[in-house]
Ligand binder design. Sequence first.
Ligand SMILES: [Fe+2]
Length: 185
Amino acid sequence: MITHEHALELIRQHVTTDNTKKHLLATEALMRALAQKFNEDEDRWGITGLLHDLDLDITKHELHKHGIVGYDMLQHEDMDEEMRTAIKKHNYMLEIEPETLLEKALYVTESMTGFIVAVTLMQPTKKLADVGVSSIVKKWKDKKFAGGVNRSIVEKSQTMLGMSVEEVAAICLQAMQGIHEEMGL
Ligand SMILES: [Fe+2]
């Protein structure tokens, strides 16, 4: 299987924006935590998270291609089909229903990372260590806050993963706190 080091090299080649790189690291940490929770392979889930927005520099102005381009970019890498389809299907704009647990986990949870960054930047200290799950949940209900985060996708966590939004927030916060230095938060 593709190594972690090679996945990072692909990111160095294809991802230029700092925010996207941090988002990818956060998603990797989150997917590793979810894999642990569901007794799945941490490396497979982590690397899928790490590479899920590999095409964003190319597709950011044509988001109907986001995920499809990434799927193609990764076709010669040593990754199994499920890892690549999870990357394709995570773009909810494509309206392709995620089927496997890995596909569902990425689809439902990845935008929580951006939401937690937004909540963190509201803190006087701007530190992940000072964010609590309750403040994330409170902001979640304020639809004007971080309006770009599609609440209805994350809220599928209950049916798709058997997890409440609060549980997703908690696992995501803990995962991100574990890499706070890389996140710069
Ligand atoms: Fe993403």
